[in-house]
Design a protein around this ligand. Sequence first.
Ligand SMILES: Cc1ncc(COP(=O)(O)O)c(C=O)c1O
Length: 288
Amino acid sequence: MPLLDTKGIRLFIKRDDEIHPKIAGNKWRKLKYNLAEAKARKLSTLVTFGGAFSNHIAATAAAGKAFGFQTIGIIRGEAVLPLNPTLQLAHDYGMQFHFVDRATYRTPDRLALAQSLYPQPFYFIPEGGTNHLAIKGCMEIVKETQHQLEEQPDYYALACGTGGTIAGVIEGLQGKAQVLGFSALKGDFLKAEVRTLLSQTYTNWTINTDYHFGGYAKFKPALIDFINDFKQTQGIPLEPIYTGKMLYGILDLVQHDYFPKGSRILAIHTGGLQGIRGFNQRFGDILI
Ligand SMILES: Cc1ncc(COP(=O)(O)O)c(C=O)c1O
């Protein structure tokens, strides 16, 4: 890209979106050790939480189908029929749904809510898939990158929602390189959240909150134009909730000389492309 050439920056994109057609990106990283744990504990049902367009819900349903688990999704909000493409996909993979109103969904004791809705043995996976086994899986992004690249990145960049993926990357790096998270949500709470997920204090990371475009799942025409243009010129699909905002942010920061000349940046494509169908259905085919 001319901007990167002009500024002397090298940008690599780690295509975790291509790990698996249905369990893509950070979802596979997060589920991998959880599925192994559920098997080890001889639990054949996975219960998890998510919004109606959740990548995590779609991936958990796909993983259940692929690895022989029954899956139960506790979904925020009322059921809307016909199901949106994300829930239809999850349903096609055999996931059963419990729709709960937003106040109930906000309970601090999700496990108790799950037990009341599904009073049989199950393996519990939190919303977004984030727990210590998910972090263990996300640490492998670093190990893999270190093998894949001859020259190591100065920066690891990625989109953040619950903070589990960035926590894994920070743990994996053990203080090496800088980690730059881009919050998909409005507000400054994510840093504190990530700190609670880390096993020790690291100082080589930060979370940028300037590119949420109004908040979670909010967008502006500039973001849509950017994503469409990126796909056409670079051949890499992005989605508007996480990866599009991250890459927009990276390139804007390059433009504003945030990164020293000569920096190597690794952007992690965390997937989420299943969401494009539902997004286009809601907003009128604005993403190509
Ligand atoms: C595509 C995609 N990228 C990034 C994230 C953020 O990951 P985390 O919740 O671990 O911060 C998510 C959702 O959780 C996601 O679906």
